[in-house]
Design a protein around this ligand. Structure first.
Ligand code: GLU
Length: 393
């Protein structure tokens, strides 16, 4: 007698991550012999900087092979706390290592925060478009995600007025992401201040995903809520090493959050994964503390992203009607597809041109398409030419 799998309510409606699915499909097609240009993955194509690899090997040789504290090694948490303290300078006492939890990628940090802060009956505001996993994370916490459509006149960013429009007495918080995946839009310090002021006045939590902060094209790092929020008692700031230092496989992310929230997240993590991989924590420590080498490496990668972005936009300029969000950070181009059908356009691009992109439906905006330029410059250029061809086909 067979016993078919009946999914529990925990996962019955969960969808696989579309961003990951697209890049896995691209890899499978490549393995099957097709020439595929992968502009789906949001993953830097650079090698991890050598000084980080050397530090990783040295850590292994020194015995970094055992458990650490669930919340992470103290020097790493101190380095993260010191950076947060620098941003809060003059506003309050130092951020302490006890307010930092290191996790297995910023994805786990986001999941820890969502799970710790929200529960059944709670509503959480999500600016739309928003990265694929937020809505699922809110759902896993059995809270309700409420999409707030971003303003097309402001690069699809949300404003306090828009957030208020979708708020109800059950609203408990919101998730922010700047630089934004999938659009590349960057919230200014003033915009972040206005949103954190509103959240503070309503007692909402703000989970701010700042994983792309160092990848910004305005000549400086993108503003953080830590720079502007009047208070920190309702903020959970998420970051990690994956994107800025080309360390996606190391799986190190973290939160800076009030002590009580950090304790709850640590307790949760003590039952799920325990500490993030020990050797990866030492790799992240090198990335955060060997600042001269890190700044040089990040600067070189951001300069190359900027060059690809320039090249991509020059080619896309051949489509005069193209509606493209101004890409000020991260490494994505987000544009409205012809006939307002992002899924059909993404399918056409893959089938006819061998170019993988992510349909906007994954982010709550089916009319749009996301193309990543975290790929070799020649691939980015060839991919953009394919988009121009497919547009007019
Ligand atoms: N965050 C990246 C992306 O959006 C990596 C894949 C994922 O974790 O969703 O493509």
């Amino acid at each position: 007698m067979s016993h078919p799998f009946v999914p529990s309510p925990n996962v019955a409606s969960i969808k696989e991550s579309a961003t990951i699915a697209v890049s896995q499909r691209a890899k499978a097609l490549r393995a099957a012999g097709r020439a595929i240009i992968d502009l789906g993955a949001g993953e830097p194509d650079f090698d991890t900087p050598t000084f980080i690899l050397d530090a990783t090997k040295a850590a292994l040789d020194a015995g970094a092979t055992r458990y650490t504290a669930v919340e992470g090694i103290l020097p790493l948490r101190e380095a993260i706390a010191a950076e947060a303290t620098r941003r809060r300078a003059g506003r309050e006492a130092a951020v302490t290592a006890g307010e930092v939890v290191v996790s297995t990628g910023s994805k786990q940090s986001l999941q820890n925060a969502t799970f710790a802060l929200f529960g059944p009956g709670d509503e959480v505001l999500l600016p739309v478009p928003s990265w694929v996993s937020y809505v699922e994370m809110v759902g896993l916490a059995r809270a309700t995600a409420v999409g707030v459509p971003g303003d097309p006149a402001r690069g699809l960013k949300v404003t306090p007025a828009l957030l208020e429009q979708y708020a109800t007495p059950r609203t408990r918080g919101l998730m922010l992401n700047s630089p934004t995946n999938p659009t590349g839009a960057v919230y200014t310090a003033e915009e972040l201040r206005a949103i954190t002021d509103l959240a503070a006045s309503r007692g909402w939590w703000v989970i701010s995903d700042e994983i792309y902060a160092r990848i910004a094209y305005g000549g400086a790092e993108a503003p953080s809520v830590l720079d502007v929020a009047a208070q920190r008692d309702r903020l959970v700031v998420v970051n990690g090493v994956a994107k800025a230092y080309a360390m996606t496989g190391f799986r190190i992310g973290w939160t800076v959050a009030p002590r009580a929230v950090s304790q709850a997240m640590t307790a949760l993590q003590s039952h799920t994964t325990s500490n993030a991989a020990t050797v990866s924590q030492y790799a992240a420590l090198a990335a955060l503390t060997r600042t001269a080498e890190a700044d040089a490496a990040v600067g070189a990668m951001v300069a190359e992203f900027a060059e690809r972005r320039r090249a991509a936009r020059a080619i896309l300029a051949e489509i005069p009607s193209l509606e493209l969000v101004e890409p000020e950070g991260a490494f994505y181009l987000f544009f409205k597809a012809p006939a307002g059908d992002g899924t059909a356009f993404a399918t056409r691009l893959l089938e006819h041109e061998g170019v993988a992109v992510v349909p906007g439906a994954a982010f709550g905006t089916p009319e749009w398409v996301r193309a990543s330029y975290a790929a070799a410059r020649s691939d980015v250029e060839a991919g953009m030419r394919a988009i121009v061809r497919a547009w007019t086909a």
